[in-house]
Design a protein around this ligand. Structure first.
Ligand SMILES: Cc1cc2nc3c(=O)[nH]c(=O)nc-3n(C[C@H](O)[C@H](O)[C@H](O)COP(=O)(O)O)c2cc1C
Length: 201
């Protein structure tokens, strides 16, 4: 049986994701590389938050964060994560990814950190991500202290800041269609290849 939509997708889902992200960029959608990142504790308590996913064009899925944050603790505890991208009109698409997690090297974190604006780098020093703050003034004070500490020089990579890679084991591509009869493709990794099948929407 032929299946025109499914057959037209790239056999490699990482290429399909890169193509869809490119189309989201071309459509002028806001922050098209933003995705919801789902993690869980070892006893199965799930949590989800948005992150910016880097490297999609190179068929990679990297995110950068504070290693002492809630998400980072859960990524390390289970070694697993899921991502969900959503692009609204005119595309109306979703891509889900499930996979294993690897911590990126400090060299990789350093390379990415250097591409960030000075203010964002100072923010990484200032914010004890996911921990309690007495009040807003505490965060502003911590930022001012970091700005003073690194005045007149480069802001270095904090030892608690870096990245993770999602090594995908499954993808789902979803395309809105009329009458809720959406297209939905699931890819699963089979060794070095990917199997592809259609699921009911
Ligand atoms: C569009 C968007 C993109 C975000 N990107 C990141 C990111 O790349 N890294 C990050 O640490 N937090 C990012 N955040 C903030 C997270 O959603 C979250 O609030 C924060 O990382 C703390 O999460 P945690 O306590 O579960 O670790 C982003 C938020 C939004 C709304």
């Amino acid at each position: 049986m032929t299946d025109a939509w499914l057959d037209a997708l790239d056999p490699d889902p990482r290429a399909s994701l890169a193509a869809w992200l490119g189309e989201a960029r071309a459509a002028g959608l806001h922050e098209p590389e933003a995705a919801a990142l789902a993690t869980a504790t070892l006893d199965g308590r799930a949590s989800v938050r948005m992150v910016l996913v880097r490297g999609v064009e190179e068929h990679d899925l990297r995110l950068y964060t504070n290693h002492e944050s809630r998400k980072a603790g859960e990524l390390r505890a289970t070694g697993r994560a899921a991502l969900c991208f959503h692009w609204g009109p005119p595309l109306r698409r979703q891509v889900r990814v499930e996979g294993r997690v690897e911590r990126l090297t400090d060299e990789d974190a350093q390379r990415y950190f250097e591409t960030r604006a000075r203010e964002s780098r100072l923010g990484a020093w200032a914010s004890p991500q996911s921990r309690g703050l007495a009040d807003r003034a505490e965060l502003d004070r911590r930022y001012a202290e970091a700005a003073e500490r690194f005045a007149g020089r480069d802001v270095p990579l904090p030892e608690w800041w870096g990245g993770y890679r999602i090594v995908p084991e499954a993808f789902e591509l979803w395309q809105n269609r009329p009458n809720r009869l959406h297209h939905r493709a699931r890819y699963e990794r089979a060794g070095h290849r990917w199997s592809r099948s259609r699921l009911a929407p």
